[in-house]
Design a protein around this ligand. Sequence first.
Ligand code: B12
Length: 212
Amino acid sequence: MQEVRQALLQFDRAEIKKIVQAAIDAGLLPFDVINDGMAVAMGEVGKLFETGEYYLPELIMAGATMKDGMEILTPLLKAEGGLGATPKGKVILGTVKGDVHDIGKNLVKIMLEGSRFEVIDLGVDVEPDHFVQAVKEHGARLVAMSALLTTTTGGMKLTLQALEAAGLREQVKVMIGGAPISNEFANQIGAEGYAATAVGAVAEAQRLLRVD
Ligand code: B12
């Protein structure tokens, strides 16, 4: 696991896939490689950015290296979910307006799909109205929003207001997540669900849609 963290901290795009594969071959679980390996290193990169040791290019490189590593892990996580069974429900997922961070959101998507939710991924920088349109179009009962910047968390509240204004608030539950989000913040803006991790997002989706 140390090698995985090290490769990410050094933006070792040439080796990351081999190192991640070696971790899997050694018997580590894909999700542990993400949580205890890559996500820990990403947190470290964030701290180095905060203290001025890393700049934007380093953030970009770290993001790209994590995505490379995910190419090995994504198919394994999907395979764990089992195919063919009836979906548990539709989830509209996106990173809110003004925010382009999507690594965490993509992990939430993988985990939800692995647990047989149908996910409609709106991508990043999603306007409140786009969430509203998607709920209408797909008849979804759950909206999941991600934000990584304190400045973009307001987009979550705006989306809740837009759902309310469109008369959809009774029909959908809303869950939110991302590094600056907390349970308190979710309560404050009136979102029914919050989870700190992608695994937690699955449990939260099941709770909100009353499925197991
Ligand atoms: C990689 C990265 C980038 C990459 C993003 C690449 C990409 N495609 O995503 C790039 C280089 C683009 C980037 C840009 C910027 N970034 Co940046 N970035 C990061 C970094 C290092 C890692 C984020 C990450 O991927 N983490 C790994 C994933 C797995 O974790 P996660 O996203 O938290 O997701 C997990 C949970 O939160 C949860 N989750 C996530 N979403 C959801 C949703 C739901 C519904 C649920 C239930 C759960 C859930 O599950 C996930 C898995 O367990 C963080 C540091 C950090 N500590 O977060 C800074 C960080 C988020 N960035 C920061 C900043 C300041 C910026 C910039 C403004 C820099 C600049 N000056 O331009 C820009 C903003 C661009 C924009 N408009 O969005 C700050 C934010 C500070 C703040 N509090 O507002 C951070 C915290 C760095 C720091 N410490 O200063 N960044």
